[in-house]
Design a protein around this ligand. Structure first.
Ligand code: PLP
Length: 376
């Protein structure tokens, strides 16, 4: 069994995907071109945002926003402690300081009460200039944007939604990747909407910001690529990836998002009362980038992982190490006791196989192993 079966998807849509790639090969335009433009239009329409700017990957999408907002040395950016490294890395990369915030045990997302406390503490210390918050839609569940946006307004902070895992989720009628001042996503193959290589996107309603990002991603271009008004980078989604994403976006909307939600229900119906299953708050929809359960302790988790592996079932621990314990952030001198939840989660979480092509019998098989394993 595969953790995320990309081959099953390819086999089902081989004809469309091959034709899309062949179309690009025949036209001979490999950078930019109509596929990239059409994809940006379709993503905008799906998310209900004014601007979509594709780029090289999800990390660079966030870096480009840091550059456009001129976030720099001396600035503080609030980041959940339990996330992929990238979310904090891009803050340090531009010279600013990531200030980590513990997460909510149920949703895995940034704890809004601790967020406000941390913002107040940072203002009071007076060493850093608070600038932005980067909530992450962890495992596909949107962060608590209604509360986060209130806090951001109160303290005059920018909000960047890290929607790398969030594409397809929503709160009421508002889609993930449309929250905050700007949002980003990743098209890494294993993300909810993935291509066959690297890719990323930036989404915003802000005209000025969009204009700046479009300049930064093409060497700080002015009138053209050869008129350079600022120091930028080279960051683009290539044409073949855009062509693949056009096919994949269609099937994602047609059935894949519903499929993963149905599979999550299958899991939860079978595992409720056996282990802690994901909590989806009222009005929220997840795109289930991961289906993550919580075990009693790390010993129970290890034993279960072994039993699953013995039966050929892959499972993964996202994340082994909270941000504040990463060696790369050692110089921030974070206080370990400020992160009880993310410390605990790193010991007890386990992500199970999850993708739109998982069969009910496979879910049964996995759940039976878990039921038998946790009995002893
Ligand atoms: C995958 C991921 C990223 C980075 O995306 P890339 O396209 O791999 O650069 C950023 N944030 C989170 C939460 C992610 O899961």
């Amino acid at each position: 069994m595969e953790f995320r079966d990309l081959k099953a998807q390819y086999n089902k849509y081989k004809h469309e995907i091959d034709a899309a790639i062949e179309g690009v090969l025949k036209r001979g335009v490999f950078i930019g071109g109509e596929e990239v433009e059409t994809l940006e239009e379709e993503l905008k329409a799906y998310l209900g945002v004014k601007h979509c700017i594709t780029c090289a990957n999800g990390t660079e999408a966030m870096t480009l926003l840091m550059m456009a907002w001129d976030i720099k040395k001396g600035d503080a950016v609030f980041v959940p402690d339990f996330t992929f490294f990238s979310t904090g890395e891009i803050v340090s990369f531009v010279g600013a300081t990531p200030v980590f915030v513990d997460v909510d045990r149920n949703t895995f997302n940034i704890d809004v009460q601790k967020l406000e406390e941390t913002i107040i503490r940072t203002f009071n210390e007076g060493k850093l200039n608070p600038r932005a918050i980067i909530p992450v839609d962890l495992f596909g569940l949107p962060a608590n944007f209604p509360e986060i946006e209130k806090i951001a307004k109160k303290y005059n902070l920018i909000v960047l939604e890290d929607g790398a895992q969030g594409f397809g989720g929503s709160i009421e009628d508002k889609k993930a990747c449309s929250f905050g001042d700007a949002a980003t996503t990743s098209f890494f193959p294993a993300k909810p909407l993935g291509c066959y290589g690297d890719g990323g996107g930036i989404f915003t309603d802000n005209d000025e910001l969009a204009e700046l990002v479009r300049s930064y991603k093409v060497h700080g271009k002015g009138e053209s690529k050869y008129d350079n008004v600022r120091i930028g980078v080279n960051s683009r989604l290539d044409t073949i990836q855009a062509a693949i994403l056009l096919v994949k976006l269609k099937i994602f909307i047609q059935h894949e998002l519903d499929d993963v939600n149905r599979i999550a229900r299958w899991y939860s119906e079978r595992l409720k009362g056996v282990v802690d299953v994901p909590v989806i708050p009222n009005g929220y929809k997840s795109s289930f980038a991961q289906y993550t359960i919580k075990l009693k302790d790390s010993i129970t988790r290890e034993a279960l992982q072994q039993k699953l592996s013995d039966k050929g079932i892959p499972s993964l621990v996202y994340y082994q190490k909270p941000m504040h314990r990463q060696i790369a952030f050692l110089d921030l001198a974070c206080v370990d006791i400020n992160f009880p939840i993310s410390n605990e989660l790193s010991n007890i979480v386990l992500s199970l196989p999850m993708h739109p092509y998982l069969q009910e019998e496979e879910v049964d098989f996995i759940c039976n192993i878990i039921k038998n394993s946790t009995k002893v």
